[in-house]
Design a protein around this ligand. Structure first.
Ligand code: FAD
Length: 434
């Protein structure tokens, strides 16, 4: 099988332009405006003023909202190229918004493009792709996590309306979203994989009640952008069903493949930042008569971090390549592996980078402590590490059979005997010569 690690020169030119544009025009926004939610809030006039011209520039270069395939009206770059783009965008909290590919809107656009009716596409997809709307994906439940088998939020048909009743937990951006996509049980007589449906719910629909807003570490209780929602007898018209009844699980699967690659490549960018900080610091900081970089334990930090980062990056690009080749089954294993690795590599490299910065690393004067606080999220959001490991293990085990006898197929005595039988004439010769 051939393998080429080079990027086409025309696409490399685009990446080079992005690299400079993100560094010069976007990364300063992360420094000037420290509340990252600003990058998402379309109704904020300052946001519009700042991002408008930058978005225009991205559109002019043909790099706006590139995540959709050509069948869905997008550019069709494929996951490998999108991955390389996200490796650049991941350096900044603002960049994905300015390139029109921020989560969860990008995944929501993907499912709307796949499953939406013409009317739904006109009303929700196009403005979402144009960056005029903000969306929310509301699936996780407080008692269930993201395991659909434990879901209790239900919808009942009443005339030509659906009535939704139940709770959802950690629905990111629900507070600023113009619409929510909610996954709800609609038929308890069939397995959940055929018994859940997705609904589009507009902002301001009566009954969408925020029990409270949940934040992340560092945010005050009651503040934050992850809503705990009670869908209190929320009525939505029939035409707000996304896809057919019972299709939610298939739709949810569609949402995740590419998104996980993009997120992983944005993680590569963060990990590289941590490694850059680590290397600069260990070459600069002196202790006991020499720079930290001379200490072998510190060298181990640098080497292990570099190796983990490169391994992870190649794993992500390989998963992207499999998706582009249409190897869905193979890609599934690798996408799950990538999800697991993202959390581990981020954990290991950020911890070492923070460690070599000592008290400065722990402080609020370097980006490291804030990166560190995002480490636990990586192994939880979009399904915990354990669940993705189970997927990897199940996929890997599909390739194997139990051994036929009591002993494993690699048990040496019978294999040696069989091999010796095959080469018996040489052994006879040996015996004769001795
Ligand atoms: C920053 C962030 C943003 C999020 N945004 C959204 C969003 O926009 N929309 C949305 O719907 N959800 C969102 N979530 C929720 C996310 O999908 C869930 O946190 C995740 O699916 C896990 O569910 P849980 O938190 O309830 O953990 P639980 O399901 O309670 O799991 C807790 C722990 O139990 C263990 N565990 C769970 N399952 C298994 C298993 N099968 N085998 C072994 N151990 C297991 C793991 O250690 C796991 O971490 C977000 C979460 C975070 C952190």
């Amino acid at each position: 099988m051939g393998w080429d690690f080079e990027t086409e020169p025309e696409f490399q030119e685009k990446l080079d332009w992005m690299d400079e544009f993100v560094r010069e025009e976007i990364e300063p926004l992360d420094l000037a405006f420290r509340d990252s939610i600003m990058a998402y809030d379309r109704r904020n006039p300052i946001y519009k003023e700042i991002t408008g011209p930058l978005k225009q520039e991205v559109k002019k270069r043909g790099l706006w909202a590139c995540h959709l395939g050509p069948d869905l009206g997008g550019k069709g770059f494929g996951q490998l190229k999108l991955g390389l783009m996200n490796e650049i965008l991941g350096r900044s909290g603002w960049a994905p918004n300015i390139f029109g590919c921020q989560a969860p809107d990008s995944g929501n656009a993907e499912i709307l493009a796949h499953y939406g009716t013409e009317e739904q596409k006109k009303k929700y997809l196009q403005p979402l792709l144009d960056g005029e709307l903000v969306s929310c994906y509301s699936m996780t439940e407080p008692q269930a996590g993201s395991d659909p088998k434990e879901f209790q939020c239900r919808a009942f048909k009443d005339g030509n309306e659906w009535v939704i009743e139940g709770e959802k937990w950690f629905s990111s951006h629900a507070d600023i979203a113009d619409f929510l996509i909610t996954m709800v049980v609609t038929d308890t007589d069939v397995p959940i994989y055929q018994g859940a449906s997705m609904f589009l719910i507009e902002r301001g629909t009566p009954g969408v009640e925020f029990k409270r807003l949940t934040g992340l570490a560092g945010e005050a209780i009651g503040e934050g952008h992850h809503a705990y929602i009670h869908y209190n007898q929320v009525r939505v018209p029939e035409e707000n069903l996304l896809g057919g009844p019972g299709q939610a699980f298939a739709i949810a699967q569609k949402r995740l493949g590419g998104g996980r690659i993009h997120h992983a490549m944005r993680t590569v960018a963060q990990v590289r930042k941590a490694l850059d900080m680590m290397c600069e610091r260990v070459l600069s900081r002196r202790t006991q008569g020499e720079v930290l970089a001379k200490k072998q334990m510190v060298q181990e930090y640098v080497a292990d971090s570099f190796i983990q980062l490169q391994q992870f990056r190649l794993l992500v690009l390989y998963a992207a390549w499999l998706i582009d080749k249409g190897d869905r089954d193979g890609a599934r294993t690798y996408i799950a592996a990538v999800k697991v690795q993202a959390a581990e590599v981020m954990h290991d490299v950020v911890r070492r980078a923070l460690q070599v910065h000592g008290s400065l690393g722990c402080s609020n004067e370097m980006p490291l402590a804030s990166m560190w606080s995002s480490v636990p999220l990586m192994g939880v959001m979009d399904g915990p590490t354990e669940v993705h490991k189970v997927t990897v293990a199940k996929q890997v085990l599909k390739e194997y059979q139990p051994s036929e006898g009591m002993f494993p197929s690699m048990h040496l005595p019978p294999r040696i005997e069989a091999a010796r039988e095959r080469f018996a004439r040489y052994f006879e010769h040996e015996v004769a010569n001795s």
